[in-house]
Design a protein around this ligand. Structure first.
Ligand code: ADE
Ligand code: ZN
Length: 334
């Protein structure tokens, strides 16, 4: 099964580039920028990755990204992810970045964007890994801050495909961002949002009704609401599920209790993704493997998850069909 999973071409649709910051690279970049991390060693930093919930994780995540100062830092971070993802047979990635996490501390929007972009172009050229960039608004900041971030993005529409919503969920419902999402949609940005990770099923409804998102990031708590499930199935709204993240952030108690198989059984368009792999103990194939082993997923179910990843991607029908044909070929050969 491991070689079957490894051999399948796949798309990754829920990946925060700042969450791919491996401790070794973090220490190297901190040193080159003359920044002291509050840990003596890579081992001491890794030992701190024992999270009680999303907020607890986010504190370390924002601390980690604070060593990113120069354009080259963003390029190195992104390149490391692309090489790692290609090793997992990721052929297309839709990548989040958090501009406010950088502009808040004096790093310009363009420093982050240009740095990430250089690596994405190289990834397409040298690794054959296509990508799209989605900028997320931090939901624990005011909507006015998101509006300013959208203003900055307007000059870069050629490089930013969509907008998303992330950071601390509870107490920051999608409704808080209805106006900025309406403007982003009007400007032609695709829309997604984290919803139903720690927040209730109602936040998933709001993301659909008020933000008009094309996908739900996570969406676990949608399972609390039968009417909502029926709607997500009927409208084929994809869920970008992140199993190891759910375990490490205690959204789910143990791997065997993960709802991924239930989602598939109910007919939801579930996909498997790594979220913040440097913090949660595994890249995308590790997420597939963990779920296969815990839930006893069959080859057909694994292939369905890979197929869903391309169906749910922001690609044209022609591009999806080309990926799906290669996937079918791999399924038959493995
Ligand atoms: N930012 C990075 N990872 C996140 C997650 N899993 N949920 C919300 N915000 C995030
Ligand atoms: Zn996420």
């Amino acid at each position: 099964m491991r070689s079957f999973i490894a051999g399948l071409p796949k798309a990754e649709l829920h990946l925060h580039i700042e969450g791919t910051f491996e401790p070794e690279l973090m220490f190297a970049i901190a040193k080159r920028n003359g920044i002291d991390l509050p840990y003596d060693s890579v081992g001491a930093l890794k030992a701190a990755y024992d999270f009680s919930d999303l907020r607890d994780f986010l504190n370390l995540y924002y601390q980690g990204m604070s060593v990113l100062r120069q354009e080259q830092d963003f390029t190195d971070l992104t390149w490391a992810y692309l090489e790692r993802a290609r090793a997992d047979n990721v052929r297309h990635a839709e990548i989040f970045f958090d501009p406010q996490g950088h502009t808040q501390r004096g790093v310009s929007f363009e420093t982050a964007l240009d740095g990430i972009w250089h690596a994405l172009e190289r990834g397409e050229r040298e690794l054959g890994l296509s990508s799209k960039l989605i900028m997320c608004f931090l939901r624990d900041l005011p909507e006015s801050d998101a509006e300013r971030t959208l203003d900055r993005a307007l000059a870069h529409k050629n490089r930013i495909a969509g907008v998303g919503l992330d950071s601390a969920e509870v107490g920051h419902p999608p409704s808080k961002f209805e106006r900025v999402f309406a403007r982003a949609r009007g400007e032609g940005f695709l829309c997604v949002a984290h919803a139903g990770e720690e927040g209730p099923a109602d936040y998933v409804r709001e993301a659909l009704d008020l933000l008009r998102v094309a996908r739900i990031d996570h969406g676990n708590r949608a399972l609390d609401d039968e009417g909502l499930i029926a709607r997500l199935v009927r409208d084929r709204v994809p869920l970008t599920v992140c199993p190891l993240s759910n375990l490490r952030l205690r959204v789910v108690d143990e791997a065997k209790a993960h709802p991924l198989k239930t989602m598939l059984d109910k007919g939801l368009v579930a996909t498997v993704n790594s979220d913040d792999p440097a913090y949660f103990g595994g890249y995308v194939n590790d997420n597939y493997i963990a779920m296969q082993e815990a839930l006893g997923l069959t080859r057909d179910e694994i292939a369905t998850l890979a197929r869903n990843s391309f169906e749910a991607a922001f690609l044209s029908r022609t591009e999806k069909d080309a990926h799906l044909a290669r996937l079918d070929g791999a399924v038959a050969a493995l």
